[in-house]
Design a protein around this ligand. Structure first.
Ligand SMILES: [Zn+2]
Length: 193
């Protein structure tokens, strides 16, 4: 006899999966922080398994497109052996920007779960809504904010240390030192900055 599907059980299992995915993304974000990058981490999960994980490496690679999501997507596609990632879920600590949200649509990802909103550049509902755009041929389900406090605190930690450095360091960093994040709420400074 086929097992009876308990909707609550299914929901609990999905929530556990989301927690696992976001925990891995958070580990990646902490790694980014430790190497002086804006702390954003991501992972791609398929059938309950972590396919790939990555952190923001924009400074390290001197690459404007080296966002955590893009690197994680490329790694996932390499592992699957196809560009199409149907059925996969992306977990990312910060709401994806237009580039990354576009890449999620192109990869045919099923769902994106993000940690905290990016009121300056978020493209999953904040500044624009790429995954929900009805003109596109694929729509990505968006869940978030999820585990928001942890994700936001990491970003706040980063910006606090940047401000402290700008006070003690004579090397002025344009934009960051001039207090473009005056609310101190970790609101992003144009994308992942
Ligand atoms: Zn991005």
């Amino acid at each position: 006899m086929a097992p009876v599907e308990d909707p609550m059980e299914r929901l609990r299992a999905r929530l556990d999966e989301h927690r696992l995915g976001m925990s891995v993304a958070l580990e990646e974000a902490r790694h980014a922080l430790s190497i002086g990058e804006v702390p954003v981490g991501a992972c791609v999960m398929l059938d309950g398994e972590i396919l790939s994980r990555a952190c923001n490496l924009r400074e390290t690679l001197r690459d404007p497109t080296a966002h955590a999501e893009i690197i994680a997507l490329r790694r996932a596609a390499f592992i699957v052996g196809a560009w199409r990632l149907t059925g996969a879920t992306m977990y990312v600590t910060l709401e994806p920007c237009a580039m990354c949200a576009g890449a999620l649509v192109l990869a045919r990802i099923d769902m994106v779960v993000f940690g905290t909103r990016d009121p300056k550049a978020g493209a999953c509902g904040s500044v624009m809504d790429v995954p929900g755009n009805r003109s596109l041929n694929h729509r990505v389900q968006v869940v978030g904010p999820f585990m928001e406090d942890e994700c936001r605190e990491l970003l706040q930690e980063f910006f606090r240390s940047m401000r402290k450095d700008s006070r003690t360091d004579s090397r002025e960093m344009p934009g960051l030192a001039s207090g473009r994040d005056p609310a101190g709420n970790g609101a992003m400074l144009n994308g992942h900055m």
